[in-house]
Design a protein around this ligand. Structure first.
Ligand code: SAH
Length: 244
């Protein structure tokens, strides 16, 4: 029906997808996405047509989705987590400016900060911010200024894209900036790897320890605020209720 749904499929496991996302994928003719995400859903929607492009071919992937929709098809463009959090939702609108006849609808999903927080305990709970350490689309100077502001504001910080082969020391640099701009070295932190996927693991530690920890691109990092506690290995930020 010349429509694109941009669907956040959650962190990985089928059970962590929303019912709305699963129903949308069931209803569509074709599922478009990055290879890794297609592999996560393929078995559950085996009767669909699948189209994929490798990483970094995002514009091509969107054009592919619009070309397919224009054959009077209902297309789902899938993203991990939520499509509006470092996902494809905005690019679909931008590319869609050239395809005014195609309808666009966004279906939200559970983003890594939220699914990872549940693994660690209750680290977010209050004011928090998300910062991506990837400088592919954002200049490093801007990332630095956001890290400084987050530290000054005593936000709980969730870091996406904390590392890659080319950016192996970015987490270390980020931790140094956070400590220079107000976060104590003892700040409680946590990392969660492969959330909702096979091989999920997590660890809690201090900010000083996090600085010297190696993480990969399948990891989401959490840095507490000044009241975040380590309660028997769980990362817990209190909301501030009295008498507890
Ligand atoms: N749209 C996605 C984020 C894409 S950016 C979302 O809303 O979750 C990619 C980054 O997200 C990764 O580098 C990692 O930091 C984080 N991430 C996404 N899925 C993850 C998972 N299953 N486990 C751990 N981290 C994940």
């Amino acid at each position: 029906m010349n429509k694109i749904y941009v669907v956040g499929i959650g962190p990985g496991a089928y059970e962590k997808m929303t019912i709305e996302a699963a129903e949308t994928l069931k209803r569509c003719d074709c599922i478009v996405g990055y290879d890794v995400y297609i592999d996560l859903v393929r078995d559950h929607f085996a009767d669909k047509k699948f189209l994929s492009t490798p990483m970094r071919k995002e514009v091509e992937r969107c054009v592919m989705a619009f070309d397919e929709a224009n054959k009077d098809q209902t297309v789902a463009m899938i993203c991990s987590g939520d499509a509006g959090v470092y996902g494809m939702a905005s690019l679909i609108y931008q590319v869609g400016a050239d395809y005014p006849e195609t309808e666009i609808e966004i279906i939200p999903g559970v983003t890594a900060a939220v699914s990872g927080a549940a693994v660690l305990g209750a680290p977010l709970i209050h004011d928090f911010c998300l910062i991506s350490l990837s400088d592919l689309l954002t200049p490093w100077e801007l990332i630095e200024s956001r890290l400084k502001a987050a530290a000054a504001g005593d936000f709980v910080v969730s870091l996406y894209n904390p590392s890659s082969i080319k950016r192996h020391d970015y987490l270390q640099k980020a931790c140094d900036i956070l400590m220079d701009y107000g976060k104590a070295p003892e700040t409680v932190c946590g990392i969660v790897k492969m959330i909702g996927r096979e091989g999920q693991s997590c660890e809690t530690m201090t900010l000083a320890e996090l600085r010297d920890t190696k993480v990969d691109m399948f990891t989401t990092v959490f840095i507490g605020n000044s009241s975040t506690m380590n309660m028997n290995g769980k990362m817990v930020t209190p909301r501030g209720y009295k008498n507890v």
